[in-house]
Write a protein that binds this ligand. Sequence first.
Ligand code: ADE
Length: 418
Amino acid sequence: MDFDVKDQGLAGKGLLRIEWAAQSMPVLRSIKERFAVEKPLKGVRMAACLHVTTETATLAQTLKSGGAEVCICASNPLSTQDDVAASLVVNDGIPVFAIKGEDKDTYYRHIHAALASLPQITMDDGADLVTTLHSERKELLPGILGGTEETTTGVIRLRSMAEKGVLQYPIIAVNDADTKHLFDNRYGTGQSTLDGIIRSTNRLLAGSNFVVSGYGWCGRGVAMRASGMGARVIVTEIDPLRALEAVMDGYQVMTMAAAAPLGDFFCTLTGDIHVLRKEHFEAMRDGAIVCNSGHFNVEIDLDSLSQMAVNRREMRDFVEEFTLPNGRHLYVLGEGRLINLAAAEGHPSSVMDMSFANQALCSEHMVRHAASLKNQVYRVPTVIDREIAKLKLASMGIPVDVLTDEQEKYLHSWEMGT
Ligand code: ADE
């Protein structure tokens, strides 16, 4: 078996951490048990380009239980948990191509290695696997049944491919399921982003000015949790509706130009490029901490910051100091890569339980229905979304009310009014 991981000797540690994560993933566990009996993915070759974490390992084991032949590569150069990668290889016999801190060439070599497994289903997080397949391994396209996409940024890229007529097979946008983005993007990113900031800096949030750029589901989660830690949250947005929502959620909303001289912490979650750039760095306070929790490391213009800097030092793991000509120091966390996975462990398992239950069930759906689907980006079927919500509630021991016959009838009637 071909693979590329940092150190197989880490497998023992990875095994225990995977078991720890799996304990908080009851929905995925129930799917795994059914998959083991029904084998809905029997013999299907799958290439998964995901953050290689304990939760991803649990998903990979679930797919393997369903009969799939899974091959994994990293979806980000800094997010791999090397012990998990080792355990998947050693204890599960799953080929993994991922090393934390890999350079860009290695990152793409790993994507190519996963494609060399001749996948029939792709599972992507950010769409680098799919775009590499469509640009550099086009000859593999006829063998692909379909794919799934985990994240907002990836879905945006894939919709753009579909609109331009480039996309050559159907994709299910797992991100758009309610049981995914309402929980993973909001509560997962909220907690894990603060975890990454706190682990890397050990700075106090209480009483600080915390600037959140982008008020999508991820931004909402980070703002909520930073506020809960006692920070004064400032939101920057380009969308008037979202800006209005942030105002009514109780935050200060202003332009980045206005926020730059105020912030103690800056966190970008917009999915767009150069949200923090030269004019903002020039205005920031001495000691300002800058990080990104969006998918790609494009939100902070690090090239400009590097050009401006008169000195650079690594202060501690994942914290780099840039000294500016005005004598001020700015601190960039995790090379501007998603801080929740670079400096922490990503979203907690219990929220990834729902995201990855969507991945597992959408893979099954894709294998069953690919032939009747067009080369488009599809929503997660509502039955899957609702089933996952039901299973999650059941796993929490939380029953919910059911409609009485009278209520059911009322909801379908139009006659009764004032
Ligand atoms: N994305 C965010 N958190 C994650 C995690 N824990 N595992 C895999 N992908 C993630």
